[in-house]
Design a protein. Structure first.
Lengths: 323, 312
């Protein structure tokens, strides 16, 4: 186990290093952030001053070396635009994104699992067929477009739900969250559902496939033969086996939800880190782009590690090896 | 994951001269089954219609939406069905610059389909080669290549595309590059999986015992039998690539503003949505949705047909 953990940490560090070199070098080749930041009327002297203050006058490798040294100390540089540490900027916005992603994930599970079980138990019923057709639709709906349609219907036409922002938040251990106020929940509803839509389809399909496969196994036949009620077979034994593939998916999809929150946050003006990175890309705010990258790599590595460990706990057939 | 052996043998049996024996190729069989599935048939009809619309867009569109001299700012934000100053009807309305949305959607479909197909084709080529190599070489090469695939797949496609486009900037070629980078790993993993199974089959031993060169065994014997799952993945991936391109363009980091793709049209209409001018965003997105649903319907049906294990 410790060998396994060690190799995973090593892998994360290698990934971090390779990604940072690629992006650092790449960002250096495209456009000069000074052009975007300075007003066109700035004098050459002011220009030089800005370039020097950001350390852009040094060679790339030296800039990278400085970046690397600071990164190891936990400093990822100041944002060119906000003139604040990039790391702080991202960490400030992270709770909003995580709240959105976790709510969307819960929605996907609560809606998707029951539908998937039904479709798996009675694959040929009319309802199951409609569920499966709906799931194709869910896969195909462009998140950004359905978000706009939702705003159009629920915010503009019906006026039921607000279309932007987080609403009223309460502090929980110093972290502002929307879920505990009525106003916050109303603000959370549309974006979370928007983000969840794609995943609902996925959960339906995986649950259905799992149920279909498990129902054909011998132990179900034996359980039936000994007279166990069908409801218990499904809710205890079949469901347990279906959970195994679901756990992997939940982990991977949490990561994907955090990444896709970029789109939802842009539409619903949700003040999360996705909105921050899009704005940073537009003005080539290098430190923020790099910091976002570093943080997501670490975050995803942790999520994947937790999933792998959970997986071996739930399914004893899986053994983790330190390769 | 594979076709029944009888059909497999008809693919690469060099003795079967075309025309002499009346054997239906497995791909023709699959296509026949596809046409018998009403959902897939709907998908094929819609997709063909869209592809034709896209190919003949310059002939069909009443206006060249990329030619700014043809746009009249006075015609900006007209409702669907309204007439222009010169008397032509804007079927789906106009955007804020007086661009006919119907024309813009036709040209947008062109870009979407082109980007989707080209990126999928390149990703397939690269991914399939790496996957085949990995399966055939085995050992350390295999472990190394698959570790890269694993790492790549643990990051969501949109994140990788986002980072690459942040570095590369805008443009059709750049977005195709970003899409290839995000997609190749799926093909590599798929083909490696099926190639590992195929490698152990008797016909491969037979081909090897005839002292055929490795390259021939790999490309003429193993590869054709790995195609069915690859085709399914490719269909779904094309749909995904089209959606991803639209999403990135919507976010303003995909295609340039001068040649609005479907995603960018939706994004342009966003600011007018709250004042009730829904059509600028609505119709381009609807076209995109129909295109993607059509491809996914075909892909879904193909998966059931080409994968005999999956029932129901």
């Amino acid at each position: 186990m410790s060998g396994y953990l060690f190799s995973r940490f090593l892998q994360t560090f290698v990934t971090l290093f390779v990604m940072s070199v690629l992006v650092f070098g790449g960002l250096h080749m495209v456009g000069n952030p000074v052009d975007v930041l300075l007003s066109p009327t700035a004098t050459p002297a002011e220009r030089l001053e800005v370039i020097r203050s950001f350390g852009l006058d040094r060679p790339v490798w030296e800039q990278y070396w400085i970046f690397l040294g600071n990164a190891l100390k936990g400093e990822l540089g100041n944002s060119f635009v906000f003139n604040q540490p990039a790391l702080d900027l991202i960490l400030q916005r992270m709770p909003a994104t995580l709240e959105l992603a976790v709510t969307a994930l819960l929605m996907a599970l609560v809606i998707g699992i029951p539908l998937g079980i039904h479709a798996g138990l009675r694959p040929n019923s009319v309802l199951s067929k409609s569920i499966m057709t709906f799931s194709i639709l869910g896969f195909s709906l462009p998140t950004f477009w359905i978000g706009l349609v939702m705003i159009m219907v629920f915010a503009v036409q019906l006026g039921w739900l607000p279309s932007s922002g987080r609403g009223e938040t309460t502090e929980v251990f110093g972290v502002p969250l929307s879920v505990f106020t009525r106003d916050g929940l109303a603000h959370l509803a549309l974006p979370a559902f928007n983000l969840a839509l794609f995943k609902i389809s996925l959960v339906i399909r995986i649950t259905r496939a799992g149920v279909l496969e498990t129902m054909q196994l011998d132990f179900v036949r034996f359980a039936r033969a000994k007279g166990m009620p069908e409801r218990r077979i499904v809710s205890v034994h079949v469901l347990k086996n279906t959970l195994i593939p679901l756990i992997t998916v939940i982990g991977l999809e949490l990561g994907s939800l955090i990444a896709f929150a970029v789109v939802t946050e842009t539409i619903f003006a949700w003040p999360g880190m996705g909105k921050l990175i899009i704005d940073a890309i537009a003005v080539l705010d290098r430190p923020v782009i790099l910091a976002y990258l570093m943080i997501t790599v670490v975050m995803f590595s942790v999520i994947n590690l937790v999933v792998d460990i959970l997986y071996s706990v739930v399914d004893p057939r899986v053994r983790l090896e330190g390769k | 994951m594979t076709l029944p052996t009888e059909s497999a043998s008809s693919i690469h049996a060099p003795a079967a001269k075309p025309g002499k024996r009346r054997s239906v190729s497995p791909f023709a069989q699959a296509f026949g089954k596809l046409l018998r599935d009403p959902l897939a048939l709907t998908g094929i009809v819609v997709l063909s219609a869209f592809v034709l619309l896209a190919i003949f867009a310059p002939l069909l569109a009443p206006q060249n939406p990329y030619d700014l001299s043809q746009l009249d700012i006075m015609d900006g934000r007209l409702k669907p069905g309204s007439e222009s100053m010169t008397g032509t009807v804007y079927l789906l309305g106009t955007d804020d610059q007086g661009r006919d949305l119907f024309s813009a959607i036709l040209f947008g479909l062109r870009t979407s389909i082109l980007v989707g197909l080209v990126s999928a084709a390149i990703a397939l080529l690269i991914g399939a080669s790496i996957g085949l190599l990995s399966a055939y070489a085995g050992g350390r090469t295999d472990a190394f290549l698959m570790r890269i695939v694993d790492i790549q797949l643990s990051f969501p496609a949109i994140l990788i595309a986002l980072i690459f486009l942040a570095v590369l900037g805008q443009g059709v070629d750049k977005i195709i590059f970003a899409l290839v980078v995000t997609q190749w790993a799926y093909y590599a993993r798929t083909i490696r999986g099926s190639a590992l199974v195929e490698r152990k089959r008797a016909y491969v031993d037979a081909a090897r015992s005839m002292a055929l060169p490795d390259r021939r065994v790999l490309f003429r014997h193993i590869l054709p039998n790995c195609l069915p799952p690859l085709i399914v993945v490719a269909t779904m991936r094309v749909a995904y690539a089209i959606m991803l391109e639209a999403t990135l363009s919507f976010l303003g980091i995909g295609l340039p503003v001068t040649e609005p793709s479907l995603g960018l049209l939706v994004s342009n209409g966003f600011e007018y949505l709250l004042s009730g001018d829904y059509w600028i965003s609505f119709f381009p997105g609807l076209a995109l949705l129909i295109l993607i649903v059509a491809i996914n319907l075909i892909g879904d049906s193909l998966r059931d047909i080409l994968n005999p294990r999956r029932e129901g």
